[in-house]
Design a protein around this ligand. Structure first.
Ligand SMILES: C[S@@+](CC[C@H](N)C(=O)[O-])C[C@H]1O[C@@H](n2cnc3c(N)ncnc32)[C@H](O)[C@@H]1O
Length: 339
C-alpha cells in the first residue's frame, strides 16, 4: 500500500507543470524509490541515496542512481528524513545543485515536523505553493540565488564527543551507542582469526574489537549505509580491517565463513520498526560463522526474546543483562555441518 507521503507527492506532482520534457530531475532524502512511480521520465531522473538496497530498487525501477548530487538539475525533490540536521544539509546541497530558476519540492509528514521545517526555510525562501494533505505538507520553491550555504556543515563528517568521525545521517552519530558499549565489555581477548562485523556503522565495534583482541587476523566490516561506511574508514586505521559497502543481500552470496561475528543488529527501516530486518541479521549471522564459530550480539530488551534465538542457535549464553539490554554469545549445535 502507498504511504501517505507518496500519495501526497503523487497528487501534487500531477498538478505541477515542469519547464520542458527533457528536464533533469533528482530525488534526495528518500529511501523508497517505489514512492515515485508517477515520475515518468525515470531515465532522466537520478535517485540519490546512501542506502545500498534503496539504490538497487531504484535501478530496477529505471532510475539513474548515485550516492551524491554531482551535476545541476531543473528540479530536485527532497523527501524529509527524521533527522533535522540531515534535512538542513540536504536543502543546502539541493540548492547548490539547482539551476537558477530551477524548482525544489519539499515533502514531509507532520510526525517529523514538516510544518516547522518549511517555516524555517520559508523565512528566507518563500514557497510558490504549499499544500497540506494526508497528514503532512508539500511545497515548491523556485531558485533565485544561493541562500543556505551555511547549512553545508551538516554534509561534513565531524568528530563527535567520543572522538569518532560521524555525520547526522547514520546510526547514533552523537555518541557511542550504550548497547554497543555493553557488547564490547564481554569480548575482550575472546576474538581471534577471521571476524565479521555485521551492520558495522561508523566502526565503533570493530575498532574496539581490534584494540582488545590481538589475535584477530582480519576483521571485515559490512555496512549498507554509504556515509557510515565512509566514516568507518576514517575511524579505523588498522591493516587488519577490510571495509565492504554491502547489504545483507550481498552477504547472503558470500562463501567465506568466520570464526566470530560481532553485531548490534538494526530493528528499524527508516522510521518504522522492522523485526524482519532484525530476524534476517540473526539468520545471516548464524550462516556466516563456521561450525566452531560464535556470534556476539546485543539486543534491546523487549524487542527480541532469548527464546526466539533458539530457532537459529542451539546454544544461547547470556553474558550480560540489565533492564535495557542483553548481550549474548550464540553457538551452533555440536557436530553442526554447513549445508
Ligand atoms: C544498530 S546499528 C549498529 C551500528 C554499529 N555496529 C555500532 O555498534 O554503532 C545497525 C547498523 O546496521 C546497518 N544496516 C541496516 N540494514 C542493513 C543491511 N540490510 N545490511 C547491512 N547493514 C545494515 C545500519 O545502517 C546501522 O549502521
Amino acid at each position: 500500500m502507498q504511504s501517505l507521503t507518496s500519495q501526497r507527492f503523487e497528487t501534487f506532482w500531477s498538478k505541477v507543470t515542469l519547464p520542458n520534457s527533457d528536464h533533469k530531475l533528482a530525488i534526495i532524502g528518500s529511501e523508497k524509490p517505489q514512492s515515485f512511480i508517477c515520475v515518468n521520465s525515470k531515465h532522466l531522473c537520478c535517485f540519490i541515496s546512501n542506502a545500498k538496497d534503496s539504490l538497487r530498487d531504484a535501478k530496477r525501477l529505471g532510475f539513474m542512481i548515485s550516492t551524491n548530487l554531482d551535476s545541476n538539475y531543473d528540479t530536485i525533490i527532497l523527501e524529509l528524513t527524521k533527522s533535522k540536521e540531515t534535512n538542513l544539509g540536504l536543502v543546502s546541497l539541493a540548492e547548490e545543485h539547482l539551476k537558477v530558476g530551477g524548482k525544489m519540492i519539499i515533502n514531509g509528514d507532520n510526525q517529523i515536523g514538516v510544518k516547522s521545517f518549511l517555516k524555517t526555510v520559508s523565512i528566507q525562501w518563500p514557497a510558490e505553493m504549499m499544500v497540506a494533505k494526508k497528514k503532512g505538507r508539500i511545497a515548491i520553491f523556485s531558485k533565485t540565488k544561493q541562500l543556505f550555504g551555511y547549512w553545508k556543515i551538516y554534509q561534513d563528517f565531524r568528530i563527535n564527543k567520543d572522538g569518532y568521525f560521524t555525520r547526522c545521517d547514520m546510526f547514533s552519530p552523537k555518541e557511542i551507542d550504550k548497547g554497543s558499549q555493553k557488547l564490547t565489555s564481554v569480548f575482550s581477548n575472546k576474538l581471534f582469526g577471521e571476524v565479521a562485523d555485521l551492520g558495522s556503522g561508523w566502526g565503533y565495534l570493530s575498532k574496539e574489537a581490534l584494540r582488545l583482541n590481538k589475535k584477530i587476523k582480519r576483521i571485515t566490516l559490512f555496512e549498507s549505509n554509504y556515509s557510515a561506511y565512509l566514516a568507518s574508514k576514517k575511524n579505523i586505521d588498522d591493516e587488519r580491517a577490510t571495509f565492504r559497502w554491502a547489504s545483507l543481500e550481498n552477504v547472503s552470496n558470500l562463501k567465506r565463513r568466520f570464526n566470530h561475528v560481532i553485531c548490534n543488529p538494526p530493528f528499524h527501516s527508516g522510521r518504522s520498526k522492522d523485526l524482519s530486518l532484525l530476524k534476517s541479521f540473526i539468520f545471516h549471522s548464524s550462516r556466516l560463522i563456521n561450525a566452531q564459530g560464535c556470534v556476539w550480539m546485543v539486543f534491546v530488551s523487549g524487542v527480541y526474546l532469548e527464546n526466539e534465538l533458539r530457532e537459529y542457535f542451539k546454544n544461547v549464553k547470556i553474558l550480560y543483562k540489565d533492564k535495557h539490554y542483553f548481550v549474548c554469545q550464540l553457538l551452533k549445535p555440536k557436530g553442526y555441518k554447513h549445508v
